[in-house]
Design a protein around this ligand. Structure first.
Ligand SMILES: CC(=O)N[C@H]1[C@@H](OP(=O)(O)OP(=O)(O)OC[C@H]2O[C@@H](n3ccc(=O)[nH]c3=O)[C@H](O)[C@@H]2O)O[C@H](CO)[C@@H](O)[C@@H]1O[C@H](C)C(=O)N[C@@H](C)C(=O)N[C@H](CCC(=O)O)C(=O)O
Ligand SMILES: Nc1ncnc2c1ncn2[C@@H]1O[C@H](COP(=O)(O)OP(=O)(O)OP(=O)(O)O)[C@@H](O)[C@H]1O
Length: 577
């Protein structure tokens, strides 16, 4: 993370005027930017994942043999025993093999000296990094593609820990985190159902965007799917602590970058695919191919696939290498498992799951919206595919209390619904707004931004989606990073402006996110909904490389408690004369 001193708050008050009226339906209004909270440096975090306490040193010669390279010579090399592995020089612990990888910004070999100082036993790198790694005096293993070899090597270093775990991997554009939490709830129920007086319920694990969980222990996540060295270390810790089964998110980045190499999933789940990460994938086909990689024999044993999704259907109709079980939240008779008799409420949905051989179980999605019926159904079917009884699985999923930052309610006794949700893709924004439209009688005042230095193609469609589906669309900042927040907003606004005036709600532009939330709150009346989208569980806002603490849930609660927002909007209206 780089830190700078500038931020939008330092750029002066001049703002382009992008308005044709002060916030009436169908109008586009720019509201000036307010002061930001002072920049703070985030809490330092120790890089890397937790490590197992008991590791058998693996002779370097054995690892060299696995890689098919000659064991390095030099002082201590033949006897060197490796007790850990990491791709990050800052996370090296004594006895580690440091994997010095070529990257987009650096070559990891540039950090070999740091790795050596921290006690690395040896370095793994490619020919381009060999010389710099050797300059440390450490033994060096050289292969053409160290990233591609790192997963299997990490599994070997930690004694193949994943083999002792039942692993369920979840991929798709939307719903990975939610489905992973729901599956973990089902795993807990399943383990409890198998416990006895002399055999307590085994612990369950979760690995994903928000956090990793080992039973009730929670570890903050750095990314959705950990790098292979961290992942294998985490599996080893889970094994050590008695975890029996784990639900894990598998991102397309992970599949492309070999993060799940050395890991075979017992069950792989595919939720859906919609445009996202177009800065990383060349097109939708490339994105799909990355996801489909999870359904190869090398990666999984059995697939659980959403037949309601066009790409899921492709997997089901022959593009999965492993056998697939299909599900349909729309009740399609073509699917192996279906949700029928769906009743959606403000806070949850109830339905019946029908499966093969006349199986029929009552089920509940503990989160609102039809898309969460799909997530809950996916979770139950994945658990059944892993061996759980359908009723135990459905009950476990229904009992999940909530998922951080996913349709999370903020209740300060305000008389209207206030919700924070992580939707930050067009499809997700549309899903959540459509879902709320079905169950809420009042108007919806929604806040949304788009991240900087990420997929730019979704900005206009997201602006349009919000303008079309919300009564008030407050466009604002969401981690602009190195980009000018106003430039991002201008693109979102251009999308909103494409929606015919008769079909769009009031559109406000407020660069300052807290002011945007306050503005949405100010418009809310009893029966309405305030919906703050995009950041969900996130704790910070990255503006020009400076991360300021920012939690939508806290800011929303404070705005409600202050009854705030009125001031900002009134002031603006006064400014307009
Ligand atoms: C595009 C991408 O995913 N890049 C990942 C990749 O970066 P890179 O290969 O370019 O690495 P680099 O920054 O040039 O550094 C080169 C090497 O030097 C090492 N290094 C670097 C600095 C240092 O002081 N010491 C050190 O050892 C790095 O660990 C790296 O191995 O390898 C790095 C670690 O090896 C990752 O941290 C980095 O993830 C970046 C930060 C990232 O944010 N990725 C996101 C987009 C991501 O992975 N997202 C997915 C999807 C989420 C979703 O579904 O929405 C996720 O799974 O989280
Ligand atoms: N099955 C679904 N279909 C469409 N939208 C969904 C679905 N599930 C969740 N969403 C929406 O997407 C948002 C993100 O959901 P979730 O975090 O579960 O997905 P994810 O795949 O983990 O996302 P990310 O890859 O961005 O971390 C939710 O807050 C919700 O608005």
């Amino acid at each position: 993370m780089t830190h700078g001193t500038s931020g939008p708050g330092n750029r002066g008050p001049a703002r382009p005027s992008l308005r044709d009226g002060p916030g009436a339906p169908g109008t586009l209004t720019a509201v000036p930017h307010a002061d930001q909270s002072p920049a703070t440096t985030p809490e330092p975090t120790t890089p890397g994942a937790p490590r197992p306490t008991r590791v058998r040193p693996v002779p370097l010669t054995e690892l060299a043999g696995q890689l098919g390279v000659r064991a390095p010579e030099g002082a201590g090399a033949p006897e060197a025993g490796v007790t850990g592995i990491t791709h990050d020089s800052r996370a090296v612990r004594p006895g580690d093999l440091y994997a010095a990888l070529p990257g987009a910004r650096f070559h990891g070999a540039a950090f070999s000296e740091q790795a050596a100082k921290l006690g690395a036993a040896a370095v793994l790198t490619d020919p381009a990094g060999a010389e710099r790694a050797a300059a440390t005096g450490l033994p060096v293993l050289v292969v053409d593609d160290p990233r591609g070899r790192m997963g299997a090597l990490a599994a070997a270093v930690y004694g193949e820990p994943g083999r002792d775990l039942l692993r369920i991997g979840i991929t798709g554009t939307s719903g990975k985190t939610t489905t992973a939490y729901l599956i973990e709830g089902g795993l807990r129920a399943w383990e409890r159902s198998r416990a006895s007086d002399d055999r307590p319920a085994a612990l369950t694990g979760l690995i994903g965007t928000v956090e990793s969980r080992i039973g009730d222990e929670r570890i903050k996540s750095e990314r959705t799917t950990p790098e292979a060295t961290d992942l294998q270390a985490l599996f080893a810790v889970m094994r050590e602590k008695g975890v029996h089964s784990v639900a894990m998110e598998v991102s397309s980045h992970a599949l492309v970058l070999g993060r799940v190499d050395g890991c075979v999933f017992d069950v792989a789940v595919f939720n859906n695919l919609s445009p996202e990460h177009m800065e990383f994938h060349s097109d939708m086909e490339d994105y799909f191919r990355a996801k489909a990689e999870l359904f190869t024999k090398e990666r999984s044993r059995l697939g659980v696939v959403n037949l309601d999704d066009a790409y899921g259907r492709r997997l089901a109709e022959g593009e999965s290498e492993v056998p697939v079980v299909t599900f349909s939240a729309a009740g399609s008779p073509d699917a192996d498992w279906r949700a029928v008799d769906v009743e959606s409420g403000l806070f949850d949905s109830t339905f019946t799951i029908e499966g093969p051989d006349g199986v029929s179980v009552p089920a509940r999605s503990p989160l609102a919206g039809p898309f969460n019926v799909a997530n809950a159904l996916a979770a139950v079917v994945a658990l059944v595919a892993a061996g759980a009884d359908p009723k135990t699985a459905a009950d476990g999923v229904a009992a999940v209390a909530g998922v951080p930052g996913r349709l999370e309610r903020v209740d300060a006794g305000q008389g209207y619904l206030a919700v924070v949700d992580y939707a930050h893709k067009t499809d997700a924004v549309e899903s959540v707004l459509r879902a709320l439209r079905k169950v809420t009688p009042g108007r919806i005042h929604a806040v949304l931004g788009c991240g900087g230095d990420r997929d730019t193609t979704k900005r206009a469609p997201m602006g349009a989606a919000l303008a079309r589906l919300a009564d008030t669309a407050v466009l604002t900042s969401d981690n602009p990073r190195s980009e000018d927040p106003l430039a991002i907003l201008a693109t979102m606004l251009a999308g909103a402006a494409e929606v015919p005036a008769a079909e769009r709600g009031a559109v406000l532009l407020m660069e300052d996110r807290a002011a945007a939330i306050a503005a949405a709150v100010a418009r809310a009346e009893p029966g309405d909904t305030v919906l703050v989208l995009g950041k969900g569980h996130e704790q910070g806002q990255d503006i020009a490389g400076v991360v300021r603490p920012f939690d939508d849930r806290r800011v929303l609660r404070e705005a409600i408690e202050r009854g705030a927002g009125t001031h900002a909007v009134t002031k603006h209206r006064n400014d307009q004369g």
